[in-house]
Design a protein around this ligand. Sequence first.
Ligand SMILES: Cc1ncc(COP(=O)(O)O)c(C=O)c1O
Length: 396
Amino acid sequence: MTTRRLPSEFTPNEITALLEEKHRAGETILDLTETNPTKAGLGGAGPAELQALADPRGSVYEPCPKGAPVAREAVAKFYEERARGAGAPKTRGVPRIASDDLVLVASTSEAYAHLLRLLCEPGQEILVPRPSYPLFEPLAALEGVRVEHYRLAYHDRWQLDLDSLEGALSKCTRAVVLVQPNNPTGSCFSAEETEEVVALCVNRGIAIISDEVFGDFPWPPSTSLLPTMLGERRALTFVLGGLSKLCGMPQMKVAWIAVSGPERAKQEALSGLEWIADLFLSVSTPVQVALPALLQSRHRFQAAVRGRLETNLSRLHALGNGNHGFRVLRGEGGWSAVLETPPVAGDLALEALRKHNVLVHPGHFYDMAQDDSVVVSLLPEPGIFEKGVACLTRLT
Ligand SMILES: Cc1ncc(COP(=O)(O)O)c(C=O)c1O
């Protein structure tokens, strides 16, 4: 009865099945994969944000497919403030956007779905980085779009494998996805790598989708803003951001697409996105009215996350500097880190859960080429993180 765009089976993988078993048995898990800020003692909404959600303007329905002007202006102001803030001179591109060039959506995942509908005929392709976040395939499959990969290769830092990008391009390629900082590698492209991608896209009329949801989280001690494609004019460019990461409020369901590029292509894309968004009107009015206040709360949240990143990264580096055979791969920002692991009997992630109730993600969840890697979130409470990491050393 259902389509082939859905998975052929819904059986949980070995780790999820074991985790469920342990939960049923009432066992306590040291979860080093927690990236939900509202569960990690970070983020969430305080009294000011909750009060903003009760604004009486939220009781009136005046649908505005791209998002209410008050909400889009708040997002444009956020980018303006960020451009003027600490670290701004190191930002690449023109980090400003007009509110008319923004489209609000309920989540970045919805932004991807809208962009696939906007750009791709069924059977056409997008290119996504490998390793990266595992949601691209199912999102694309649901829209009847194919996913091809370009490689990020680790040589003291994650680098763009340009040959693999060129090799993956075809007549059917409609967009290249950049994730900066990438999840889970924490890596960004150098200015040269970005130029190479832009040149390829301009020459072939391919759009760029730049997922910058973790763009406000450079790894301490750096405070520099991370690279952004905001305002890129040479290629049709869509920059994605949202409250889920920026303010630690995934429950609010607000994200956005910032559109730039050659004027005609930009206007055509904006009209198309407005039409698509009009079919769903998925962002609630109260949250749009509250958006200026919600965005203000980012300062408090980001300061808290920065403290967390500092503590947990230094714990991880202590592990990497010890004699246990672990190595922390270099990254620049975001909420996750990749840990190269020493050889152990069996799968380290499975063994960690089985023997010590420590949950980490195996690298293959993110299409990591190396078998010997795990991914950890940098958000867990330091006490949990410390204990979990200590358990990992007992596996070697
Ligand atoms: C790189 C990246 N993009 C997008 C998302 C989804 O964010 P949202 O909650 O806005 O859908 C995630 C979620 O972890 C992510 O890692």
